[in-house]
Design a protein around this ligand. Structure first.
Ligand SMILES: Cc1cc2nc3c(=O)[nH]c(=O)nc-3n(C[C@H](O)[C@H](O)[C@H](O)COP(=O)(O)O)c2cc1C
Length: 258
């Protein structure tokens, strides 16, 4: 470890905070503002400073822009249209089915619903307006008009810990994007089409699709980008472990407010 890192002070701690607080899931990008290759490379290079268990660095990143990006968008949209016509096709396109739980439970199902209805409410989409929902959902498969799409894969042999590593790597990408004036949207939506995407990328048979991500300059006019997502207060997800005589007490239950 170099001495300079140990002794280093962050000159502007607020910039770290600002990167975290100004990141949000951007769902409308300026399609006419491309990103220089050097900027994408710089983001990925620095992001790779992420911690990973035993320094395994499980990430494999495919960068799509220009024609390959548009071709992938077209292929996945065609597959998604086919699924809309025949929902039985879902299994035919999906590579790894367990990104989300097969059975949702509280409080996660409640937060998921709240998130969906906030988004649709902002966009003026009412319950039952299935076609409008489908169109909004398909915005995912346009990378929300971002000029750069990232696809993240990992070797199938890796374990659960590597997904943890991957999350840190992706978060670093999202924060570094802020340093360049860029925004991002991590997108699990692509995971429904792993069997289209992996062959398109010429990924090896050992690779599985982890996630996608849109990267670009935010469209500042679009109302969708004003969505503010709530967070549970600290007390709801934190328990302080304290000793009380012989016993260890951890206070209130998770999910409760003390
Ligand atoms: C792993 C992951 C996958 C996600 N997939 C999608 C997606 O497919 N489409 C989408 O619109 N948002 C997606 N999101 C964004 C979340 O909905 C968003 O992060 C969450 O609602 C919190 O909002 P915020 O990011 O604006 O703070 C994803 C986020 C993560 C971390």
């Amino acid at each position: 470890m170099s001495a300079s890192r140990v002794a280093a002070q962050i000159d502007d701690p607020d910039s770290v905070l600002a990167a975290i607080e100004t990141r949000f899931a951007c769902r409308a990008f300026d399609r006419n503002r491309p990103i220089d290759r050097e900027v994408v490379e710089d983001i990925l290079r620095v992001a790779s400073r992420s911690a990973s268990g035993t320094n395994t660095q499980p990430w494999k990143v495919y960068v799509l822009q220009g024609q390959p990006r548009d071709d992938l968008v077209a292929e996945v949209l065609a597959a998604d249209d086919a699924v809309s016509d025949d929902p039985n096709l879902v299994a035919a396109y999906r590579d790894d089915p367990d990104f989300y739980p097969s059975e949702w439970v509280s409080p996660y199902i409640d937060r998921k619903r709240q998130n969906g209805w906030s988004l649709y409410g902002l966009l003026g989409i009412a319950r039952g307006e299935k076609e409008k929902m489908r169109v909004q959902r398909q915005r995912n498969y346009h990378f929300f008009d971002a000029p750069v799409g990232l696809m993240f894969t990992m070797d199938r042999v890796m374990g659960r810990g590597s997904f943890l590593d991957y999350g840190m790597f992706m978060q670093n990408i999202m924060l570094l994007a802020r340093a360049h004036g860029l925004h991002t949207c991590p997108q699990a939506a692509w995971n429904y089409y792993g069997k289209v995407i992996l062959p398109f990328l010429d990924a090896g048979p050992d690779e599985t699709l982890v996630c996608g991500m849109a990267l670009g300059y935010a469209d500042q006019q679009m109302i969708v980008n004003t969505l503010q997502t709530p967070r549970e207060p600290l007390e709801v997800f934190t328990r302080w472990v304290e000793s009380s005589g012989e016993r260890i007490v951890t206070g209130h239950q998770f999910g409760e407010r003390p």
